[in-house]
Structures are given as C-alpha cells and as structure tokens.
Design a protein around this ligand. Structure first.
Ligand code: SAM
Length: 234
C-alpha cells in the first residue's frame, strides 16, 4: 500500500483469473481508492458478512451514477462496513446527505468508524434495525424525497425495498439494485433460493410499474458473475 493510490486486490473469491486481471487493470488505471476506502473494505472482516461490499470499480460506478443524476440525497439499503456509503457520501458532496439502513448494530459500529475516518460522518445517518421498518419510519415522518436509492441488503426483501423506494423518491430518481444475477441463478424460476425469488419478484414489479424505465446488466470481475438493475422513475 503506497501513497494515495491503493487498490482493491485482496479478494478471496473464486472468480476466473481473467476476470480478476481485467478488474485489476481498470481499477489500477481509473479508480482512485484512498486509504479510507481501503480501510473500510478491509474492515468488513469485522462485520457479519465479510467481503460482501461492492468492488472498487463498482463503488466508483455508483458514485458516477449518483453524480450523473445530480443526486444530493441518497438512500442505501444495506450498510455493512460503510464502503459503498463512503463512495456515495463523497459523490453527494459536503452539502449532500446519505441515509443508510443496517440491521446489525455490530456492522453499523464498524461503518461509523469508517465514515469518521473518511471525514464524511457529518453527512451520513445510519439507521439501525430492519430496513423495512426504518424505511416505514422515513415514510411516516415525510422525509424529504431522495434522488438516488441503492438496494443492497437482504435479497428476499427486494420487493418491499422497491416499494419503499418508490414512496421515498421524486420523479427522475434513480434506483439501483445489486446482486441480481447470482451466478446465473436468476433465470431458474423453480429455484428454492429465496434470494433468487427476491430478485425475480422485484424484476416483475419493475416490469409492471408504469413509471419505471429499467434495464439490467451482468457483471464479471473480482466479485464473480453477478449484475445490477438500473431503474429511473419517470
Ligand atoms: N452496501 C454495502 C457495500 O457495498 O459496502 C454492502 C451491504 S451487504 C451486501 C448487506 C448488508 O445488509 C449487511 O450489512 C446486512 O447486515 C444488511 N442487512 C441484511 N438484512 C437486513 C435487513 N433486514 N435490514 C437492514 N439491513 C440488512
């Protein structure tokens, strides 16, 4: 680890080496991951879901999407160690705000340390507890509309999270849902995996919604074979 440019090369998954090599090439070439981001990613070993954070190039993609959308208020389902949260907090800038929802107090505590280290804790609220309940409270309190939502918590609840996101956003808002390909398992309608059903149900909900434009992209890389749904409220 040297200087300001520190990169994400410590993954322990079994993705094909060519995918990892290409991720490494582009991440080293294009993605600036500073000490605070590296520390946040490493600290996921102290959470309940080690290595479940997005890859560095995916964090950069989320930040770019938020900036392209002109987002100032971001809502995140699933904080873990706050790795993606830091990318969003930096993307919205000092006058922006991120609200991130996390079930596990242990993870929230690790995230809080990381947000302080990254000097963005003043623009982030971590709401601890079930994301469904936290989102309901935001709806009940008539929280100001969000511009960008990242859904990355427990996958069976994706349909509830989309429903909440639709109540908490303005027209033009962007909704990104992570981990929707799951090594190709998404096409197995008979799967007994509730996470696959969560992805398939939310896909059906988006398809049926009159005010959502959406697409999905497969991704390969250091995190294996997966993908994301990108939707925009019209
Ligand atoms: N977005 C993070 C990142 O990229 O750095 C990774 C989030 S990790 C994939 C999923 C997180 O969702 C975990 O921290 C987990 O504890 C949390 N989670 C799981 N079920 C939840 C629930 N019902 N409500 C809120 N958070 C939940």
């Amino acid at each position: 680890m040297t200087g300001q440019h520190v990169h994400a090369q410590e993954n322990h998954d079994e993705s094909p080496s060519a995918w990892r090599d290409v991720d490494r090439y582009f991440t080293e070439s294009l993605v600036h991951e500073d000490e605070a981001l590296v520390a946040a990613r490493r600290s996921s070993s102290r959470t309940t879901m080690p290595n479940a954070e997005v890859a560095a190039n995916q964090g950069a993609l989320l930040a770019l999407l938020a900036q392209i959308a002109g987002a100032k208020r971001v809502l995140e389902f699933g904080t873990l160690a706050g790795y993606s949260t830091i990318w969003f907090a930096r993307a919205v800038g000092p006058d922006g705000h991120v609200t991130t929802l996390e079930l596990e107090p242990q993870n929230a505590e690790v995230a809080r340390e990381n947000l302080v280290r990254a000097e963005v804790s003043d623009r982030v609220d971590i709401l601890i507890g079930s994301a469904t309940e936290s989102a309901s409270r935001l709806i009940d309190s008539e929280a100001a509309p969000f511009d960008f939502v990242f859904i990355d918590a427990d996958k069976p609840s994706n349909p509830q999270y989309l429903a909440a996101a639709l109540e908490l956003t303005r027209p033009g808002a962007i909704i990104v849902i992570d981990n929707v390909v799951r090594n190709g398992a998404v096409v197995h309608a008979q799967s007994t995996d509730p996470r696959v059903h969560g992805v398939r149900s939310v896909t059906e909900d988006i398809a049926a919604h009159p005010n959502l434009d959406a697409t999905a992209l497969q991704t390969v890389g250091i995190k294996g074979w997966d993908g994301l749904i990108l939707a925009r409220r019209t």
